[in-house]
Write a protein of this length. Structure first.
Length: 111
């Protein structure tokens, strides 16, 4: 019985440490939100907007690093012309970035 009384929390102890613990967890969550979650959500929205704005004739780069021009576009797939009239069908999500209109790739510069 004395053992149970020794294990019981004493009055006046732990009140301040509980508040500081909650504040610490809140601070850690805020750091994770602003450093990891929020930027990831913003990046996802930007990629979604880019994928929705694709049109025929856009120069793109796939996630595998393949450069090409959009020859056709469907709801979920994109037909990409990679040169010499070679066309490959990719999933829309495989497109990584739009090539900047002002910049030409080295292959385009040689033509």
């Amino acid at each position: 019985m004395n053992y149970l009384l020794a294990m019981a929390p004493q009055q006046g102890q732990g009140g301040g440490s509980m508040v500081s613990t909650l504040i610490m967890f809140g601070a850690i969550f805020a750091i994770f939100y602003f450093m990891i979650i929020r930027p990831q959500q913003k990046k996802q929205k930007e990629k979604e907007a880019m994928l929705n704005s694709l049109k025929k004739g856009d120069k793109i780069v796939t996630t595998g690093g393949m450069y090409g021009t959009i020859a056709g576009i469907d709801d979920k797939t994109v037909l990409i012309d990679v040169g010499n009239n070679i066309k490959i069908k990719f999933d829309r999500s495989a497109i990584n970035v739009l090539a900047q209109p002002g910049k030409e790739s080295k292959a385009d510069a040689k033509k």
